[in-house]
Design a protein around this ligand. Structure first.
Ligand code: ADP
Length: 499
């Protein structure tokens, strides 16, 4: 049955809330923002038609408070809730409560979320559907069970949280000596991060690549895939750079994996947008890793290659519309690449860098998209993810796209917090990245703090910005306080030291 959606509450913050609101505006749908006290002046609040305070800064007291989110949705008269990614996006109880309250949850059915949220249950379903999975076990209680698995499959193995996500509760084990401490650590991290201490074991693939497929499924049984994204460049099992197409796949393999991804979605009677993740070994064998039952951070890579607005599709599907295209209608063009720009210091063991963004000038020009949820003057706080923007580039070829991304990274001006932009430049200029020869250990193998040298050109750019800041500081000082001048001077000195 089709239902009309005319007002959506976006239960999220930052870039993804802004990104969802942009599509809502295009579709003539009103938007409701929610925010915590530290986000009161954030771009997503300014962009929405209405905005409601949820509570204090910690997520548990604001963005995760789903009773309050539901209350706000009712007060505002929203007829649907989009959860974005993170926060409440993969909470089946929340999805159910949204539907029970007479609103539309823009995402899959709670049952699919439940099945895929438990990695061991997901593996069981996939095996039933003949989708290959990494050799592994159901949930286990004892070290003895891990040992039995190792007898057959040998070291290295990976102990993983059944309810895992975000790379948490995962431990690689390479010898008997490491086993007991790793088992205990994975169990306790799983319990503290997910309130569910169940763990299981998988064979640890030594040089894997991460390749995932974007899925769209309507409520009437049509399922299509929108191609792959390669997300192999990671740090501590967290993605940093994503691209499509993957240089590792040929057309035959792409077709085979795409079909498996569709089978995986069908196996859990999936609806809406989702992502089926695979690990691949050096022999190009592929194994189901997990299914993410939400919009992914890296979804713009797919949007740039297909021209399909995934958020618009999510809304259309959630309203009960059939997909307007079949698999053969989906056309792929060129190459797309995304860099996650985070406030952290790659020269200092990726220490999170918090503070005010005193200056921000994003890049632009042909083939460049900057998805961002913070502006100049905004505060990067300790409370949320340190990602400040996603920079996405499109080009006719991989080479053109890499060069375009490098140009954009070098144009990106962010002052006040440290960013991982130099790290992204390091990856994109590395010969192995260019050659397409990398696995998930690329950074571990190639990157040290010494890899970051600031070229002369960059030093000059920083110096120019410093000069501009200093001039502003002087002007402010004439009309303002001595405190302003001290602040600018400190920033200038910090910058000169770092340059
Ligand atoms: P999470 O849900 O916590 O993000 P995933 O299961 O999606 O965890 O895995 C995240 C990353 O961890 C993968 O992209 C890969 O780099 C690594 N990983 C996970 N399982 C394995 C495995 N069996 N062998 C090697 N690497 C793995």
């Amino acid at each position: 049955m089709k239902k009309n959606i005319s007002k959506i509450l976006i239960a999220n913050r930052g870039e993804i809330a802004v990104r969802i609101m942009r599509t809502c505006r295009e579709l003539g749908i009103k938007t409701v923002a929610v925010y915590s006290v530290v986000d009161a002046t954030s771009p997503h609040v300014q962009m929405a038609d209405e905005a409601f305070l949820l509570g204090p800064a910690p997520s548990r007291e604001s963005y995760l408070r789903w009773e309050r989110v539901l209350e706000v949705a009712k007060i505002s008269g929203a007829d649907a809730i989009h959860p974005g990614y993170g926060f409440l996006s993969e909470n089946p109880d929340f999805a159910e409560r949204v539907s029970e309250s007479g609103m539309i949850f823009i995402g899959p059915r709670a049952e699919s979320m439940r099945a895929m949220g438990d990695k061991t249950e997901a593996r069981r379903l996939m095996q039933k559907a003949n989708v290959p999975v990494v050799p592994g076990t159901p949930p286990i209680q004892s070290i003895g069970e891990v040992k039995s698995f190792i007898e057959i499959n040998h070291y290295p193995v990976l102990i993983k949280a059944a309810a895992g996500g975000g790379g948490k509760g995962m431990r690689v084990v390479r010898s008997d000596k490491e086993l007991a401490p790793a088992f205990a650590a994975a169990q306790s991290e799983a319990a503290s991060s997910f309130g569910d201490g169940r763990v299981y074991v998988e064979k640890y693939l030594d040089s894997p690549r991460h390749v995932e497929f974007q899925i769209l499924a309507d409520k009437l049984g049509s399922v299509v895939h929108l191609g792959e994204r390669e997300c192999t460049i990671q740090r501590r099992h967290q993605k940093i750079i994503e691209e499509s197409p993957s240089v590792f796949l040929d057309e035959a393999l792409r077709k085979k994996m795409g079909k498996m991804a569709i089978d995986a979605a069908r196996a859990c009677v999936y609806e809406n947008a989702g992502t089926v993740e695979f690990l691949m070994d050096s022999q190009k064998s592929f194994y189901f890793l997990e299914m993410n039952t939400r919009l992914q951070v890296e979804h713009p890579v797919t949007e740039l290659r297909t021209g399909i607005d995934l958020v618009a599709q999510q809304i259309l599907i959630a309203s009960g519309n059939p997909l307007r295209f079949s698999q053969d209608d989906i056309a792929f063009r060129g190459h797309a690449l995304e860099c996650r720009i985070s406030a952290e210091d790659p020269a200092n063991d990726f220490l999170p860098s918090t503070g005010t963004i005193v200056h921000l000038k994003p890049p632009g020009g042909i083939g460049i998209r900057d998805d961002r949820g913070i502006d100049e003057g905004g505060e990067v706080s300790v409370f949320y993810d340190p990602m400040i923007a996603k920079l996405i580039a499109w080009g006719e070829s991989r080479n053109e796209t890499i060069n375009r991304m490098l140009r954009a990274l070098r144009e990106y001006e962010v002052l006040g917090v440290k960013t991982n932009i130099p790290l992204c430049e390091f990856v994109l200029t590395h010969p192995d990245f260019h050659a397409g020869e990398f696995d998930t250990h690329f950074l571990q193998k190639h990157f040290t703090a010494n890899s970051l040298s600031l070229p002369d050109e960059d030093a000059m750019r920083v110096a120019a910005i410093v000069a501009a800041l200093t001039t502003n500081g002087c002007q402010e000082d004439q009309n303002g306080s001595a405190a302003n001048w001290t602040k600018w001077k400190k920033q200038r000195n910090d910058l000169l030291r770092d340059a």
